[in-house]
Design a protein around this ligand. Structure first.
Ligand code: SF4
Length: 89
């Protein structure tokens, strides 16, 4: 996980990425704020790849919540492909 060194969330409150609420507007709001950090993160691709392989990963990783990652796994979509990246950098 060398990519972690460049994680945008390293400078954020970790609790933002692990919502306490399980449903409703509070959950959606917290997830949206965490995903906004992910969208400007330079390591979103390897982060999502890791999270898709780590089936026990909770919270927001790689710009996705747990439910979204379950959907991506069911669809057979892997990390960078899920983000629309087809080649390596
Ligand atoms: S993509 Fe999101 S969760 Fe992953 S390292 Fe970047 S900011 Fe953190």
């Amino acid at each position: 996980m060398d990519w972690w060194r460049d994680a945008a969330c390293a400078h954020e409150d970790p609790e933002l990425f692990f919502p306490v609420a399980v449903t409703g507007a509070a959950l959606r709001d917290q997830q949206a704020r965490a995903k906004a950090v992910c969208r400007r993160c330079p390591v979103i691709h390897p982060c999502l790849s890791w999270a898709l392989q780590a089936t026990g990963a909770q919270g927001v990783w790689g710009g996705t919540c747990e439910e979204e990652r379950r959907g991506l796994r069911r669809g057979g979509v892997q990390g960078e492909s899920a983000l629309g990246v087809t080649g390596s950098a």
